[in-house]
Design a protein around this ligand. Structure first.
Ligand SMILES: Nc1ncnc2c1ncn2[C@@H]1O[C@H](COP(=O)(O)OP(=O)(O)OP(=O)(O)O)[C@@H](O)[C@H]1O
Ligand SMILES: [Mg+2]
Length: 328
């Protein structure tokens, strides 16, 4: 089962430049979470801080009692083995076949023998639909295949926590839809805790259990997907509707004057979006173990959630058929 990740009061700067401050959130065990945010708000820095590759100056990242910020390097190194990482650019070795790329973490971090390695690599390649492409070089395949190879490589060490940095970048809408389904199917199969950074609104709307957003050096919100998807917070509504009107500008933030001009002309930012249902695992896949845990967790926090989110959650958990009367 996946491992809970608890982030408390995390603050990261490079020199004088503060990236974000006081970020607090919990990635519930086995659930899928998405982090949104305009370019440059520090999403990649956040992922790197979670695995302890970057060191925030304040706060903690707790995984099984190890603090990825300040525990001894030896403990951090051991805990890092729980992770599977899928980088923004795939990060494959250009001179190695896909097979060798995907086998790399096994050869590097375990003492497994070649037949065992072959079995694991082929199993993962099958999971992401790459059987037959073992001997291809990364330069000989499409961007979508490279993404899936990156995902297969992230999976070989049986990760309990999977971090994906923009898994959809460079993919067409159809491939992105397949990828969304693949992420849900993977979650059903291995019950890993997953954090996905993406700009893609379809992934955001259909894949995660939880969503958060970074903006102006702060975590705007993090919680059940329904909270963000029904939010009328201007920055969230603008991002989810992909509009120019709102607090987010070309260089990330608009100045106050431009914003005030806009507010005089536009009465409201965005119409409420109809909530798309979350993807279910494909036929033949196991049920997501985290779905039941999530349901209890979210129903427990219902009284503390905004009205619109509460309504959306109750609707999504209503037994099917209750809305159109008795089934015939
Ligand atoms: N190692 C580093 N040293 C100094 N500054 C850095 C370093 N890594 C990132 N930054 C800065 O931190 C800020 C956030 O970068 P980050 O890559 O996390 O953004 P992002 O949200 O992932 O953006 P995008 O959506 O474009 O990928 C940027 O201003 C970047 O220049
Ligand atoms: Mg990034």
């Amino acid at each position: 089962m996946g491992t809970e990740v608890v982030v408390e009061g995390l603050t990261k700067s490079f020199g004088k430049q503060n990236i974000w401050q006081d970020v607090t959130l919990t990635l519930p065990a086995g659930e899928v979470s998405v982090m949104l945010g305009p370019s440059g708000t520090g999403k990649t820095v956040f992922l790197k801080s979670i695995i302890g590759l970057l060191k925030p100056e304040r706060g903690r990242v707790l995984i099984n009692g190890v603090d990825m910020v300040s525990s001894p390097e030896r403990d951090i190194y051991e805990t890092r083995k729980l992770f599977g990482l899928m980088f923004q650019d795939g990060a494959l070795f250009g001179s190695m076949s896909l097979f060798d790329n995907i086998a790399f973490p096994l050869r590097e971090h375990t003492r497994k023998k070649e037949p065992e390695i072959r079995r694991i690599v082929m199993e993962r390649m099958e999971m992401v639909g790459l059987v037959g492409a073992e001997e291809k070089l990364p330069g000989e395949i499409s961007g979508g295949m490279r993404k899936r190879a990156g995902l297969a490589r992230a999976l070989v060490l049986d990760p309990q926590i999977i971090l994906c940095d923009e898994p959809d970048s460079g993919l067409d809408p159809v491939r992105t839809a397949y990828l969304s389904q693949l992420l849900i199917d993977l979650n059903a199969q291995i019950d890993a805790t997953m954090l996905i950074v993406t700009h893609n609104l379809d992934i955001a709307a259909t894949v995660p259990d939880n969503m958060g957003m970074l903006f102006r050096r702060n975590l705007v919100t993090f919680g059940p997907r329904e909270v963000l998807l029904t939010s009328d917070e201007p920055v969230v509504a603008q991002f989810l509707s992909g509009r120019r009107e709102g607090p987010i500008g070309m260089s990330e933030e608009k100045d106050a004057a431009a914003l005030a001009r806009e507010q005089r002309t536009a009465a409201s930012y965005a119409p409420p979006r109809a909530l798309a249902p979350q993807l279910e695992p494909s036929p033949g896949m196991p049920r997501r173990a985290a779905a039941q845990r999530r349901r209890e967790r979210v129903l427990g926090m219902l009284p503390r959630l905004p009205e619109a989110a509460r309504t959306a959650i109750l609707q999504s958990y209503a037994p099917t058929g209750t809305l159109d009367g008795a089934a015939s």
